[in-house]
Write a protein that binds this ligand. Structure first.
Ligand code: C5P
Length: 219
């Protein structure tokens, strides 16, 4: 039996894609499946934690032991996270959050005509950066999916978002797949997790978090 490394801890996880509405039937989303975040939710529960999963739209069953809050847009995801974060010890932002939302979504289905249609996009709030810059933040873990210069961009992101731990994965490996290959970046350096099913990566990640956690949490 694995020791319950995170017994008594509450872990808040975001997972899946967001969906930004254009009109009554259309929207902007991405190819995130939610599999990595859901695997992390399962691994966190196995490690003894209380798990809250804020999820965009996915085709996945709720992991055992997780309390799931369904959201659609990045702003809804932010609201759900803000409602839960104060009671959480660890925050893991796995969701592929849209960078932009549609400023002027249409209530009705937009009709086709001969004109050029312009969508105005405005930047979404950065949920993870908002959580990590709170006065007494939970232990914050971010994800970075890059298609090039992975470690350089990821470490820059870790420092910019003030994260004790960031999980770097190549877009080509991560999105939609059942396996993943990642590099964990923290103040001590890099830890490579070789290609493995997402649940194995998730369990190793939880063990890594449990090792780092006490040194960072100050209360
Ligand atoms: O900056 P970038 O979007 O690549 O950062 C990725 C990390 O930040 C992921 O952990 C993601 O869940 C989180 N994020 C967020 N809110 C956003 C954008 C990204 O929480 N609006």
């Amino acid at each position: 039996l694995q020791p319950k490394l995170l017994k008594g801890k509450r872990v808040l996880i975001t997972a899946g894609p967001t969906f930004e509405r254009i009109d009554a039937v259309r929207g902007i989303t991405n190819t995130s499946s939610g599999k990595m975040g859901y695997a992390i939710a399962r691994a966190a529960y196995e490690a003894g934690a209380e798990v809250v999963l804020v999820s965009g739209e996915t085709a996945l069953a709720t992991p055992i032991g997780a309390r799931r809050i369904n959201v659609q847009s990045a702003q809804q995801m932010l609201a759900a996270v803000e409602a839960e974060v104060a009671a959480s010890d660890i925050f893991i932002g796995v969701a592929a959050v849209a960078d932009y939302y549609v400023l002027n979504p249409s209530e009705q289905k937009i009709k086709k005509d001969a004109h050029i249609l312009t969508l105005e996009l405005a930047p979404n709030p950065d949920i993870l950066a908002g959580v990590s810059s709170r006065p007494n933040p939970p232990f914050c873990v971010g994800f970075a999916a890059e298609s090039e210069n992975l470690l350089e961009y990821a470490e820059a992101k870790r420092l910019r978002k003030k994260l004790p731990l960031l999980v770097a994965n190549l877009v080509q490996n991560a999105f939609g797949a059942d396996t993943n290959e990642v590099v964990l970046l923290d103040d001590h350096g890099e830890t490579r997790l070789h290609s493995a099913p997402k649940i194995d990566i998730a369990r190793k990640l939880m063990a890594h978090i449990a090792r780092l956690y006490p040194s960072v949490k100050t209360d």
